[in-house]
Design a protein around this ligand. Sequence first.
Ligand SMILES: [Zn+2]
Ligand SMILES: [Zn+2]
Length: 225
Amino acid sequence: MNLYYDLHIHSCLSPCADELMTPKNICSMASLKGLDLIALTDHNSAGNVRIAEKAAMEEGILFLPGIEICTQEEVHLLAYFDSCDACEEMGAYCYEYLPHIQNKPDFFGEQVYIGENNLPCRYEERLLISALTLSLEEVVQKVRSLGGVAVPAHIYRGNGIMTMLGFIPPQIGFTVVEIKAGEIPPAGLRSITSSDAHELGAIAERKYKLNATNTREEVLAYLSY
Ligand SMILES: [Zn+2]
Ligand SMILES: [Zn+2]
């Protein structure tokens, strides 16, 4: 079956995202737009995925827990998991290798954890958008050890793997990359296109689809074969 998706969405935990990007608001908007499948991919953190999973379930949307990781090479990498447990474990691992730089909310924006009531419950004080002190290969290895799938993000744009490295390291064995509409993936690779939404209106329309049954396992398989 075709699943209309948006697999790259930032919540208000990402400093650069709008404060209205609560998991509940994101899921309501995704539902209005007729999406079947979404992922939450905050910068270097899984702090809002569990609450987003619940909100997505309430809207009847398939939810994939994710993180957008910034590697030592300043490459943005999307990581998707089959459970919030695995995603949160990856989040904790990222946090260990996240430089101790204070967020400056006035400059970067607040980093907001959302609680059960759709309201802020706590603020992250360490800046989440820094590059981890982990190489691309180390990050991919950890993602895979947790059963996750790694997909290079917006490969031809700022912090994209093609922009930062100039090529896709073949030994890592990526099979899928994220590109923007109208771009062409490197030979031999399949692609997905998502919104990278930082505000509600930017969440994808019912436009990008992938062929998989309505389960996390199938979607992860689609992203990794
Ligand atoms: Zn990015
Ligand atoms: Zn992003």
